[in-house]
Design a binder for this molecule. Structure first.
Ligand code: HAM
Length: 426
């Protein structure tokens, strides 16, 4: 017999976990609404070229790539940003700016499976296009703060950097863009020595080494030390200035910034400005990350469009909720079992179940043909709230029996009052 397990790195989510994931998704959508982001739905399968254009080697090498039956090279999306940037060059090209968009769904990366790292996972992804001001950067961080808070997480904190610092130094010393990206990728993997080895220019290496040597827990001191390190590099100095402005905006709103790292880099290649990730102490991996990418829309053939966004790892947020034992404040709906006393009452029982559902009450019909005691035992075991028992004698009088399964009490109720009575008890 074949052993049909899930493909490595892919998971089945059973009802409890799926419930928590859906709870987080509902909060992600609520957050989007609060901040004015409108949801778009893009395909899971996209042209390989679109997804790989500016993703960076790290993600490019982990994409699920294949030929479709029309011999097109396509891939499963490893993220949403490229698809959304495509919208800005096409369908939404003439829309007034800023454009605020949300996308929610599964994404795919051939990562090495481990705790919090899967090959199919879920993201809520927010992008704001057309705004270059630091308020837009601050909004994306604050929106992440709102989501973390609304799902009940605590002690989360942000790590923030700015790719303009390293790019500014390297650019001024004429290091080409490809090498700049390679340096940033190595920085992302914390392979600092290898990154330094890639740089031929001595002053450049000294400047980068100086940034790597900044070791202080104070955000203010980090910024001041970084400013001193880059004082001879105009673009890098402007990047620090921009970072400081964003930090002031978010700090004033009480957003917990734990660390600022001048050499912080992220896997994706398209970033041009502020970048950030959010963590909780109990989980090593980031719960979300994003940053500014002012040139991606242009790469896809659109007009120059400044943009910034973030994606939250929803599976990791679920894991964080479980780790912090945050009771997800899912408002559990009242559950009612509808049980016919005899088989001949099944049609009437079905009618009662429909009546309840029409009134917005969740009703599960006894479909196993079990005797009343067995059906009630099962409803009890599944922690249902009430059983509606549909008996011949009561039906003749237009009534049913409502049993409170927790209190083990029951009473006769006219069918016409049933939805109202049950709703009042929820
Ligand atoms: P990212 O940092 O590659 O950014 O992914 C965002 C989040 O997805 C991560 O912080 C993490 O929580 C989650 N994640 C990444 N890989 C995995 C995995 N293998 N298993 C489970 N969760 C994972 C982006 O995707 C960018 N598109 C974000 C962005 C939007 N930047 C600008 N706009």
């Amino acid at each position: 017999m074949p052993n049909f397990q899930t493909v490595r790195g892919m998971r089945d989510l059973l009802a409890d976990e799926a419930g928590t994931l859906n709870f987080v998704i509902s909060k992600a959508r609520e957050t989007a609404e609060l901040y004015g982001y409108r949801e778009v739905i893009t395909p899971v399968v996209e042209p390989y070229e679109l997804l790989s254009a500016k993703a960076g080697e790290e993600i490019r090498s982990r994409m699920f790539v294949f030929k479709d039956l029309g011999n097109r090279t396509v891939a499963l999306r490893p993220e949403f940003t490229a698809s959304i940037a495509r919208l800005a060059t096409g369908a939404l090209k003439n829309e007034p700016k800023p454009l605020r968009m949300l996308a929610v769904g599964s994404v795919y990366r051939y990562d090495e499976p481990q705790r919090g790292r899967y090959r199919e996972f879920y993201q809520s992804n927010y992008e704001i296009m057309g705004a270059s001001n630091p308020e837009a950067d601050a909004e994306i961080i604050l929106l992440t703060d709102s989501l973390m808070r609304s799902v009940g997480l605590h002690n989360y904190a942000f790590k923030i950097g700015h790719v303009g610092i390293i790019r500014g130094i390297l650019g001024q010393e004429n290091v080409d863009e490809k090498t700049q990206s390679a340096v940033l990728q190595l920085m992302d993997k914390k392979e600092h020595n290898k990154a330094l080895e890639l740089i031929e220019s001595e002053p450049c290496r000294v400047a980068l080494k100086g940034l790597l040597d900044i070791k202080t827990d104070s955000v203010h001191e980090t910024i001041e030390a970084t400013k001193r390190q880059v004082e001879n590099y105009g673009d890098a100095a402007s990047a620090v200035q921009n970072l400081q402005e964003i930090l002031t905006l978010v700090a004033e709103r009480g957003c917990p910034v734990a660390t600022v790292e001048p050499t912080f880099a992220r896997g994706l290649e398209y970033y041009t400005g502020m970048i950030f990730e959010v963590y909780i102490p109990e989980v090593e991996v980031a719960l979300g990350g994003g940053g500014r990418y002012d040139r991606l829309v242009e790469v896809f053939g659109g007009e120059q469009t400044p943009a910034i966004g973030v994606a939250h790892g929803l599976d990791r947020i679920v894991m964080a909720i479980q780790t912090q034992k945050t009771p997800p404040n899912k408002c559990e709906k009242m559950k009612v079992a509808v049980v016919p006393v005899k088989t001949i009452m099944k049609g009437r029982a079905l009618g009662i179940a429909q009546l309840l559902r029409t009134a917005g009450i969740s009703a599960e019909l006894e479909v196993m043909g079990r005797k009343i005691n067995k059906a009630l035992e099962d409803a009890d075991r599944r922690q249902m709230d009430f059983a509606v028992i549909v008996g011949e004698r009561e039906i003749e009088q237009g009534c049913v029996v409502v049993r409170d399964l927790a209190k083990r009490e029951q009473c006769e109720v006219p069918i016409s009052d049933l939805p109202k009575i049950l709703s009042s008890r929820s």
